[in-house]
Every structure is written in C-alpha cells, then in structure tokens.
Design a binder for this molecule. Structure first.
Ligand code: AMP
Length: 391
C-alpha cells in the first residue's frame, strides 16, 4: 500500500456534521453585524510580509516567531495572514475608503495562520470572525463592538470580560521607560524570557505565567494610572456605555494584549471552561495604525474571536426535530421515478433525500431513521407515505 497522508501539524479537517455548528455561529455573526450596519469584507489569505512586520509590530510574538513566511517565484516575501486588522487597514488605504461616509464598519470571517505549538484550542490554521470600525474615535464605537462580541458569545459557558486602556503612544512610551527601570531593579525576581525582553517590550511581563514574575507585576506601576486626561475621559466614557448596556466587566490594568498597535481601549473575553487557551476573543483601539500603513491619520477599533474556541466553550448542541423526506423504492423498476419524486419535492421547497444504493426496503427504512427524516415516501405497488415518528 502507498504511504498515507495526514493533515499538516496543527491543522484539522471539519468532518460532517461538524460544519453545522460552525455555520450556526456564522449565521449568528452575520445577523448581529447586519443589524448593526456592518458590511462584510474579504482580504487575501496572504499579504506582503512587511505589512505584518510593520502593522503587527516587530517586537510581538507573532512577528518574531509565528508567521508562515515564504518567497514567491518573483522573490517577493509573502506571509499567510496571522491576523485581520493590518490587512483591512491596508485595504482601507489602498481603496481610498476614507472618501466613503465615516465610520466604515466592516466584518470578516476566514482562516488565519500562526506557527504555534499546537494544543487544545490552539492550531496553526484557525478561523476568526472579526469586526473593525474605521474613521471615528468616539467611545460609542468601542462600546458597540464590545457589546456585539458579548452578544456573539452569548451561548458560551463561563464568559468573563476584562478591559483596560493603553493610552496614547506618548504616555505609553514614558510608562514603558518607567516600567523598564522599575523592573530592572528587580531583575533577579523575573523569569528568563521576561528578562530577555525587558528592553524590547517590558509591558509583556504582565502576560507572564511565571509566579515570581506575577508577584513582581502585582506591585508594578500601572499604565492605567498614567493616562492623560483625554484618554482617561475616553476610557470612562466607554465604561459608562458598557454599564448602560448592562455588561459586566472587570477593569484589568495588567491587560496588555499581544499586538503593538493598540491605543486606548483594549479588551479580552475569556471562558472558564477552556483551560490554558482561555481567550475567546479580544481587540482594542488602534488609532495610529492606518497612518503607520501609509494612510492619513484615521482612528480605528476592532476585535477578533476564534471560532474553534467558541465551539469548545459552547454546550453540546441539541439535535433539532426531524425534518424532510426520504424517497425509498420497494420495487427496483421504480427507481427512476423516485429520482423524479425527490426532484419535485425539492422544487416544492421540501428537503428530500433519495436512496442511492441498492439496499432492501428494510435497509432503506433503517437509513431513513439514521438520517432523522420526518417522513419516508415508499414507491412500491402503490405510493405510501410513512410518518417516521408514529410509524
Ligand atoms: P488575538 O488576535 O491573538 O487576540 O486572537 C483573537 C482570537 O483568535 C483569540 O482570542 C482566539 O480565540 C483566536 N486564536 C488566536 N490564535 C489562535 C490559534 N493559534 N488557534 C486557535 N485560535 C486562535
């Protein structure tokens, strides 16, 4: 026998009936977004490597070690998209979307790629749904997006929300220096990876799961206490809108998120049933990103959520009621007619399946049971209709 193949490490097949649950989430997302005036956008699965290097940030885990990067035959460096925000901002600039009426509200759904060590809830190809609002810095856009994500996650178990504000690049840079100095004096108590990145990105020390580092970080000065007046007001306005919407959240000054481009609001949704990979989705405001990618200064805010994690956090789906018709043949000479009956039923708007093998009538009725149809039509001497529930 020839060697068999396996799906590449960190990838998976969606086998029937697994797609149904994914489609349910997509339907819910579409409905939520359409009701809130968001339009669907699709961008390529790969982009210029430089877009992510610049747009996600050189110091991030994603850019440093998680990108699937390759050269095309023309010698261009391309990267399978690890996230959706930089590509959408690229599209906003490329297509002059600043000329449309603002804000531009977009949503997307599709595959993303990160070269991470696979484990439950962490894959190398995964699916994200996400939304971006470009062209306004009003706190209502931040709050609208957070409320939409909480609505999308309504079916998930043990969901909690953390929010914070990262202020603006000026305050963040001053704070980064302050934190670097503060941590530098306690270097001995920090884990090796945190020490190694102290210069590049001391804020990431808040993400560490090393107990010694965590103990230090609990005492560390917090960016949220260094916000300037405008940023603090913006954050208060977002919180007040979330309060009005009845959304419970925790303000977490240690929430930094992995990407460099965030400004002001950041947020993350988690599920208590997910274990180590607890994040269901998250995002924040990125007021400098469009300009960084060559556009005119344009504020933006958005989030992304992982479909595979949402599925893990949802309770087992309950089966729907039986529906549709199975067309069985008791006499082989009526097979052709059965084909026509199934077509007619479908044309009339009734879901219909046809016997495609040469099973006995008993075997066909068993198959109809397995398919969970409501009725079976039997073409024999006569034309019989069997109610599968009552017999
Ligand atoms: P991030 O941009 O890293 O915050 O990702 C947004 C969401 O995508 C996360 O909250 C996860 O639900 C999901 N996600 C990110 N990376 C992966 C991965 N490697 N495998 C599965 N889901 C992921």
């Amino acid at each position: 026998m020839a060697d068999r193949f396996q799906a590449p490490k960190g990838t998976f097949d969606v086998l029937p009936p697994g797609a149904a649950a994914r489609e349910r989430i997509e339907r819910t997302a579409r409905q939520l977004f359409e009701h809130a005036g968001y339009f669907r956008i699709e961008t390529p699965a790969f982009e210029d490597t430089e877009l992510f290097a610049r747009g996600v940030g050189e110091s991030t885990d994603i850019v440093q070690k998680e990108m699937f990067t390759f050269e095309d035959m023309g010698g261009r460096s391309l990267t399978l998209r690890p996230e959706g925000t930089a590509p959408i901002c690229r599209g906003y600039v490329e297509h002059g979307m600043h000329k449309r009426s603002q804000p531009v509200k977009l949503w997307y759904w599709g595959p993303f790629f990160r070269h991470e060590a696979p484990q439950a809830g962490r894959y190398r190809q995964f699916t994200q749904v996400g939304a971006e609002v470009l062209g306004t810095d009003e706190p209502s856009a931040d709050a609208e997006l957070i409320v939409l994500l909480s609505q999308l996650l309504e079916g998930c178990r043990e969901v909690s929300v953390r929010i914070s504000s990262l202020g603006n690049p000026r305050t963040r840079s001053a704070y980064r220096d302050e934190l670097r100095d503060w941590l530098g004096a306690r270097e001995g108590e920090l884990s090796e990876p945190v020490r190694a990145r102290l210069d590049l990105n001391p804020l990431r020390a808040f993400d560490s799961d090393d107990p010694g580092t965590q103990a230090v970080m609990a005492e560390a000065p917090k960016l949220i206490d260094r916000l300037d007046d405008e940023d603090a007001e913006h954050f208060a306005a977002v919180r007040s809108l979330l309060d009005d919407a009845g959304l419970a959240y925790e303000v977490d000054p240690g929430l930094v998120r992995g990407l460099d481009y965030y400004t002001r609001t950041v947020f993350e949704f988690e599920s208590g049933v997910l274990g180590a990979q607890a994040a269901l989705g998250g995002g924040g405001r990125y007021d400098g990103l469009v300009e960084l990618l060559g556009g005119s200064p344009t504020p933006g805010v958005g989030w992304a959520a992982g479909i595979e994690r949402i599925l893990l956090a949802q309770p087992e789906p309950v089966e729907g009621p039986p529906r549709g018709v199975f067309v069985a043949v008791a006499k082989p000479e009526r097979r052709e007619e059965a084909f026509g009956v199934a077509n007619d039923l479908r044309a009339a708007g009734v879901a219909a399946e046809l016997e495609h093998t040469t099973r006995s009538l008993k075997g066909q009725l068993k198959q109809a049971d397995r398919l969970g149809v409501r009725h079976t039509v039997i073409l024999g001497e006569a034309f019989e209709l069997k109610d599968m529930e009552t017999g």
